[in-house]
Design a protein around this ligand. Sequence first.
Ligand SMILES: [Zn+2]
Length: 148
Amino acid sequence: MSEEDEKVYKGRIKVPYSHTAGKYVKKFLEEIGKNQRIMGVKCPNCGKVYVPPKMVCFKCFKKMDEWVEVGNQGVVNGFSVVMHSTPVMPLKPPFGYGIIRLDGADTDFVHLIKEGDPSKLKIGMRVEAVFKDHRQKKITDIEYFKPV
Ligand SMILES: [Zn+2]
């Protein structure tokens, strides 16, 4: 069959789905929603603090169940600036997606960065979580991070 014989149909599909957050992410989201506290879990072997929390240390394969509060502030370890709007954007551009290492954590946390001039985002700059007033125990209860 030649390319000329093929008929290509283009379309979009909508795939509804649901999944469980799991015990650890549920607690993580509840602490953010109820108490505006960001919690991680600490490995009993290597001491690494994971945010968001994981059940098992990726390095040691030890089960982790020591919960520790980390800071609402952290350092930007990477970022991307969004300049163009699409219907699925969580905020009106311009804003940034940041790879953030919260104070007291040993892993990075991806979230939005807003406020200030996005062209001034820099690796190493400090940011702080901005919580929504009306929280629903979702990751979007942290509306975004702002430079400090
Ligand atoms: Zn470990």
